[in-house]
Design a protein around this ligand. Structure first.
Ligand code: ADP
Ligand code: MG
Length: 672
């Protein structure tokens, strides 16, 4: 607190301190006590009796000095003692007794006066010239003494009066003292009250000071807060300015957008009109497109027919690491009529027949065997090049034509490589099955834009020794032979189905990949060390395709069959027949029988015979709906590049050539 802002309480305290002398004043008051009742000018009068007393004494002194020394003193003392003693009251004030004592003192200590002779002029009494009386003038002396006595009486009277007065004053003073005492008590009570108040005030002051400190602290806090708020306010103001600027910008943009919107709305209106026109055009175009699609299918089919409903491709695998390199002239790929730019269609195999030796003993000259196919793939051909050639054929399956693709050849000639692909997950060596399915899925999606919806169901079975096994079996049936039979889907139905085999709907590559992996696992379980069963059995991957155009009420359905045939090699008749070989012979007979049945079926179809021997083997029986009539067939004849396999290669090439000569009548799409 500021020193100049003195609290009222402090002022009260100051006043109390100032008044203290007033409280003590009664003890200092002169006894006469006229001070409070009279003014300062009257104080003179209050002192008057003393003055008078002093004057009185002076007078006595003067009288005493005017008398003869020794007798006067003695007489006076005696007279005084005789006269004043009874008249002076015992309770004469100290001042009165003091005055008398002084008179006596003066008389005692006064200088010795020489004795007056009788007859001398008596001393001046009462203003008269004192005359000295002779010693013998006793009368005169008596007279003087009477006069002095009279004077003393007067004086005594005066003193008595004065005494009376003083007593009155004393009483008055006592009364005043009493009053002062009462006043003093009142003031003391008041003082106590004021002190109590002061204490209370002190306490209040203490609490007020504490409060002041608290408030000061609060003030400091508030000031800090205020500063922060001010800072914040500045920041907010800045932000507000930024926001205002942004708002302005946004408003400007909004205006621009509104302008653009109104422009756009006009544009939309015109575009709507245009869209209506376009929709009509679209319907028209849709019609046209559908007509064109139908035309495409027809032309596509015509093209396939022109290429032949049965086509044969020859594929020669490369020499594998560790295999003997054949002589360069062993396999030749002569160019087509269009020169080297034309894709090769011919294959020439040179064979030295040791049995046909010359008479001179020199080795017989090599015999050339020429073959011609729809397409020949030399050893360096890639998987994608091969697929490119069959892509159009695969698409026929979507158009509703059954398609069968076979891989024929001796074991180790590359059938599985062609159909399923090489080892590992290298996309470069992916086989025909995954590529064909990917192609079908993508074309089906494109046709979806024209209103076609396709669904695909896959199955994968193995025919070994004329028994059918599901390669997609899972769980406890995995790897087991299974009780699979080929049956008609229903009474009177043309459709065939394999009992106990899984038919798995597929819609993407991943699902197909998983199925191929499962089939591979199932084959591995069944494999034995003595017998590479996979090469002794036919693997048939079937894909049932169903298409529907709901808008036009059209449906189409066909199956795509991708068959990895069993090894076509013949059993060497020179081999001794042990127990293992007997089984092998039985296997081989079964394989040869089914492969020759396939050839016979194709030929019967080509010759349009009335009886087609489908039932002669499980393979032809299962594939009967995809072989005749409207079906399209493609046979890969896989050839080993090795000279040691020349005999089997020639057998395969001869079989394939026979198939290639077959022409199956005009195919009809399976439309419903
Ligand atoms: P098959 O199924 O006719 O018995 P495979 O397909 O198993 O024959 O092929 C035998 C071996 O030759 C395999 O190791 C395979 O990887 C390899 N092979 C086959 N064809 C090719 C090819 N075109 N390119 C590279 N390697 C091939
Ligand atoms: Mg194989």
């Amino acid at each position: 607190m500021e020193p100049q802002q003195r609290s009222p309480l402090l002022e009260v305290r100051g006043n109390i301190e100032l008044k203290k002398p007033l409280i003590k004043a009664p003890s200092r008051l002169p006894l006469p006590g006229t001070r409070f009742k009279r003014g300062p000018d009257q104080m003179e009068d209050a002192l008057e009796p003393e003055k008078k007393r002093t004057r009185g004494l002076d007078t006595v002194t003067k009288i005493a000095t005017s008398q003869s020394r020794a007798p006067a003193i003695t007489a006076r003392t005696q007279t005084q003692n005789q006269i004043t003693a009874p008249k002076v009251p015992k309770k004469t004030g100290p001042r009165c007794s003091t005055a008398i004592a002084m008179v006596l003192k003066n008389q005692k200590s006064g200088p010795a006066v020489p004795a007056q002779k009788p007859g001398a002029a008596p001393p001046m009494v009462g203003g008269r010239k004192p005359t000295k009386r002779p010693a013998w003038d006793l009368k005169g002396q008596l007279c003087d003494l009477n006069a002095e006595l009279k004077c003393c009486r007067e004086r005594t009277q005066t003193l008595a009066q004065e005494n009376q007065q003083l007593q009155d004053q004393l009483r008055e003073a006592q009364q005043q003292a009493k009053a002062r005492g009462a006043e003093c008590r009142t003031l003391e009570g008041e003082l106590a009250r004021v002190q109590a108040q002061a204490e209370q005030g002190q306490q209040e002051l203490g609490s007020l000071r504490a409060r002041v400190l608290e408030l000061e602290e609060q003030q400091c806090t508030q000031e800090g807060l205020l500063r922060e708020l001010q800072k914040e306010q500045l920041g907010l103001q800045e932000e507000r300015r930024g926001l205002a600027a942004r708002l302005e910008e946004q408003e400007r943009r909004l205006q621009a957008s509104e302008a653009a919107l109104s422009g756009s709305q006009a544009e939309v209106a015109s575009l709507r009109q245009e869209a209506t026109g376009q929709a009509a055009l679209l319907v028209e175009q849709g019609e046209r497109l559908h007509g064109l699609e139908m035309e495409r299918r027809r032309l596509h089919n015509q093209l396939q027919e022109l290429k032949g409903n049965i086509r044969v491709f020859c594929r020669v695998r490369p020499v594998l690491p560790g295999e003997p390199t054949p002589p360069p002239s062993f396999l030749l790929f002569p160019s087509g009529p269009g020169g080297p730019a034309d894709p090769p269609t011919r294959l020439s195999v040179s064979r030295c027949d040791e049995r046909r030796g010359t008479l001179s003993g020199a080795p017989a000259p090599a015999t050339r065997h020429d073959f011609s196919f729809d397409r020949v793939f030399p050893p360096g051909s890639r998987q994608d090049e091969v697929f490119e050639e069959i892509a159009m054929l695969v698409q026929s399956a979507l158009d509703g034509y059954p398609v069968c693709i076979f891989a024929y050849g001796q074991t180790g000639s590359g059938k599985t490589f062609t159909m399923e692909g090489g080892p590992g997950r290298d996309p470069q060596v992916e086989g025909l099955i995954p590529r064909a399915l990917r192609h079908l899925f993508s074309v089906a999606q494109e046709l979806g834009g024209q209103g076609w919806t396709y669904s695909f169901v896959a199955s994968y079975v193995e025919i070994y020794n004329e028994t059918v096994r599901d390669l997609l079996a899972t769980g406890p049936r995995k790897g087991q032979g299974g009780e699979c039979e080929i049956r008609r889907a229903g009474p009177g139905s043309e459709e065939l189905t394999v009992t106990n085999a899984r038919y798995v709907p597929v819609s993407c590559e991943k699902e197909v990949e998983a199925l191929l992996h499962l089939a591979h696992q199932n084959r591995a379980v069944a494999r034995t060390s003595q017998n590479e069963r996979s090469s002794r059995s036919h693997s048939v991957f079937q894909l049932q395709i169903s298409g529907e155009h709901t808008g036009r009420g059209l449906q189409c359905g066909a199956s795509l069959n991708l068959v990895d045939l069993a090894g076509s090699e013949r059993l060497d008749p020179s081999l001794a027949l042990g127990p293992g070989e007997r089984d092998r012979l039985r296997e081989t007979q079964a394989i040869n029988s089914s492969l020759s049945t396939l050839g016979l079926v194709i030929m019967a179809l080509s010759n349009k015979e009335s009886h087609i021997p489908y039932r002669n083997s499980k393979l032809t029986y299962l594939l009967q709906n995809s072989l005749g009539g409207s079906a399209k067939m493609l046979m890969f004849v896989n050839i080993s590049p090795l000279e040691e396999n020349v005999s089997e290669s020639l057998n395969s090439l001869r079989f394939a050539s026979k198939v290639n000569q077959c022409v199956i009548g005009t195919a009809q799409a399976n439309r419903k």
